[in-house]
Design a protein around this ligand. Structure first.
Ligand code: UD1
Ligand code: MG
Length: 466
């Protein structure tokens, strides 16, 4: 818990280098917008309040934050009217900080790999050193191109942060220590420091980083907290977005593998997915959103699951697509099945190749093994749906329900024109168009009687040849 600490996350910038109409912090990494991760890190670190500074694309960023974090009651936004630099954004953020806060933890909304531990370490360093006005993370790597460099004085104390574009000499360009952008400071100090900022730099902006020079000029100490560079990479363009997406997904794969999940190369598991032990995920499967997979289930090659709830021991055969749906224990799906929203496939049920379901419940052991469209249906226990069956659910205006009783048998190539009910144990003959309810245990058959014309084929060929 970080008592009396408010996190201020800067997320108002346009992200010009992304070349996008979408605000940078809404670009997705491992299935969540960039801004999700710093907010989560601040909450997990125990900050009592989180202020997100918004500006560019404000309405969309605010909508995301309130739908995702609204229930915590801790996340609010502050508006930066014009994007005049990170220092100006920090000013806007500070204005919104609650009266109880004593300390501010400031960081950027475009650095998604950092964790609660990384940000908490900076606050703790400030608390541990009474002489320090600012604590800030620093990283050291061979090629810090693009980042602000940490300039130290002759005694090794941090003197200032200089942006890439403002570097003055080869000696400064050779500095390997850089600023990942996590700062902690007392509120009163930071307020004064931010008021002093001037746009004296290559970009003509107010730089948050200049608070360091302000502190040093007043004889105060700025402490550096050595931090791991791998988690501090910022997203400024689409190439960095791709790298960080990969790093985030690798982190998730590592985590699930240590929890007892077999995951083959090339599978993608996004943030928020939950996997039980002994799940197997084959290559090129993609699992997104609030997807859950139960113990011992297999997700075979190329399956795409979005908000799917998959039960224990389920077999999802290759290239099946499941969206906003439930598949219960030991059911078998695919290959090439398409379960559209609100499908509920019961225990031990089978849905086979080229079967599409939507808003349809299949009860225990029901089967639709080949080529069918089952929309707005309820298929009873152990019922069998033959190949080519269609639930005609839509009249151009409304959707209607098809009910199939338990143990019913629907012959191949039948159409059920909803609303319609087939009773328990009933039979529908192959090729029937069912427009009226079928009583339990009845046989419904509705097709033209077959006629065989002996020898006619030869005559027909002779005629057609001419
Ligand atoms: C910034 C730091 C740099 C550091 C790097 C780490 C400054 C001046 N530079 O540079 O030292 O090495 O981050 O990743 O702070 N933002 C606003 N309002 C603005 C401008 C930016 O809210 O007016 C937000 C952006 O949405 C973004 C964050 O601040 O989330 C950082 O801005 P960005 O332009 O990416 O700064 P960098 O050039 O990366
Ligand atoms: Mg940046």
């Amino acid at each position: 818990m970080l008592e009396k600490t408010t996190a201020v996350i800067l997320a108002a910038g346009q992200g010009t280098r992304m070349k996008s109409s979408l605000p940078k912090v809404l670009h997705s990494v491992a299935g969540r917008p960039l801004v999700h991760y710093p907010v989560r890190a601040a909450l997990e670190a125990g900050c009592e309040e989180v202020v997100v500074v918004v500006g560019h694309g404000r309405a969309n960023v605010e909508a995301y934050l309130s739908s995702t974090f609204g229930s915590t009651g801790k996340v609010k936004t502050a508006l930066q009217k014009e994007q005049r630099g990170t220092g100006d954004a920090a000013r806007a953020g500070l204005d919104a900080v609650g009266r109880d806060a004593e300390r501010v933890l400031l960081f950027y909304g475009d650095v998604p790999l950092l964790t609660a531990r990384d940000v908490a370490a900076v606050v703790k360093a400030l608390e541990a050193d009474r002489t320090a006005a600012i604590a800030m993370a620093t990283c050291t790597t061979d090629d810090p191109f693009g980042y602000g460099r940490v300039v130290r004085d002759a005694t090794g104390q941090i003197a200032e942060i200089r942006e890439e574009r403002d570097l003055r000499s080869d000696a400064e360009r050779a500095i390997k220590e850089w600023n990942p952008g996590i700062y902690a400071a007392k509120i009163a100090f930071l307020q004064n420091a931010l008021m002093s900022l001037e746009p004296n730099n290559a970009q003509g902006e107010l730089y948050l980083t200049d608070v360091v020079r302000f502190a040093v000029a007043r004889g105060k100490c700025v402490i550096g907290v050595p931090s791991s560079a791998e988690v501090m990479a910022g997203v400024n363009d689409r190439a960095q977005l791709a790298e960080i997406d990969r790093a985030m997904c690798d982190r998730l794969l590592r985590r699930w593998r240590t929890e007892g999940v077999t995951i083959r190369d090339g599978a993608r598991i996004e943030d928020g997915v939950v996997l039980a032990r002994d799940v197997t995920i084959e290559s090129f499967a993609v699992l997104r959103g609030a997807t859950r997979v139960g113990e011992g289930a297999t997700v075979d090659v190329g399956c795409v699951l979005t908000n799917a709830d998959i039960g224990e021991g389920v077999m999802l055969k290759p290239y099946s697509v499941v969206t906003d749906s439930v598949v219960r224990s030991r059911a078998q799906i695919g290959p090439f099945s398409h379960l559209r929203p609100a499908s509920d496939i019961g225990e031990e049920a089978h849905v086979g190749n080229f079967v599409e379901t939507k808003q349809t419940t299949m009860e225990h052991g029901a089967k639709a093994n080949h080529l069918a469209y089952l929309g707005n249906g309820i298929v009873g226990e152990a019922a069998n749906i033959g190949a080519g069956t269609i639930f005609c659910n839509y009249d151009g205006f409304q959707k209607h329900t098809t009910r199939i009783g338990k143990n019913a048998f629907i012959g191949s190539d039948s159409q059920l024109v909803a609303p319609v009910t087939v009773g328990d144990g009933a039979y529908v003959g192959t090729g029937t168009t069912v427009t009226r309810d079928v009583p339990a245990n009845a046989l419904a058959i509705g097709r033209a009687k077959q006629e065989n014309k002996e020898g006619y084929a030869d005559r027909l060929r002779a005629r057609l040849k001419k």
